[in-house]
Ligand binder design. Sequence first.
Ligand code: ADP
Ligand code: MG
Length: 355
Amino acid sequence: MARVAYDDVSKRFPTQDRPAVDRLTLDVANGEFLVLLGPSGCGKTTALRMLAGLEYPDSGDILIDGRSVVRLEPKDRDVALVFQSYALYPHMSVRDNIQYPLRVRKLTAAERLTKVDRVADLLGIRQLLPRRPAQLSGGEQQRVALARAIVREPRVFLMDEPLSNLDAKLRTHTRTELKALQKQLGVTTIFVTHDQAEAMTMGDRIAVLDAGKLQQLGTPDNVYQRPANLFVAPFIGSPPMNIVDASRDGEALVLTGGWRVEAPRGIAGSDGIKVGLRPEAIDLERAPASGAQPAEVLVSEPLGSEVIVNVMLGDVLLKVRTGPDVRPDPGTPVFLRARPDGVRVFDASSGAALN
Ligand code: ADP
Ligand code: MG
């Protein structure tokens, strides 16, 4: 078990005009499951590879348990990396694949046997041990890659989109298992993904990256409820947060289409603001009521347990989450109310959250 810290770490590849990782400062607690989340190309893999010792930072420091590791060889860092491509040795049996790191460390055959059997039981793959990787499904190969990382008993697990090659159903199943397994093993884990749902369900905390820069670090609830800026707000959550231009008029915020909502306390500035409303922060009523904003239904999307009602507010499309039995037809007039605690306000030019 170990603490990990990135201290003002930057890395720019020679062919790039901006850094792949830009002044990253991040602490990962002992035993924590930290998710690095961001769109493709935002620097997630580069950040992981620097910790693994496969890339060298231009500046800043990377520490494990308070000691700098940037000058250590990858093999001396005691971290295990699991990739999206499982990188199994095709000519070796599953057992040999898993015990490979133990052979490198010169453990005896008896020690290897015990350790491999134990980890195979943990992952439910004992029956696969005699097979070759080509005789396994994608999900099974993914488990073998995981077993090979676990058997090393590293201080830190690094996982780079390890579930991306699995089909949707297996991916959800595996993410539940992996989260439970990480808690059971208690090994500090940094897990990279571009999938916000994966990040929300798995992470103790989420670090959101964009263009090499850390945008926000917080618990899933924290980044969902209080996104730090206009990058994080629509990136997390499905459907995403509605973002609407607004201006201030006394105690009210006036949104596109003339919708007046009460301004949260302590918001400075009068114009150049945007309001964010989660689909569940909007209540939809069927009859006119004082203070409720008239709008028109574009289309309802039933999802079984809930319905996403798409509503036109002037020329702006809003997504509203309702119960399964509310599914108004296109063209139906509806009346909107914003839940006061669900009104997020952002500075339009800097993008920073104001509440
Ligand atoms: P992510 O994993 O978030 O998709 P990466 O860390 O792989 O992002 O890449 C970040 C940026 O660095 C991208 O613009 C990518 O093209 C660039 N990059 C990554 N590796 C190299 C490399 N070896 N040489 C040049 N550019 C690279
Ligand atoms: Mg990557």
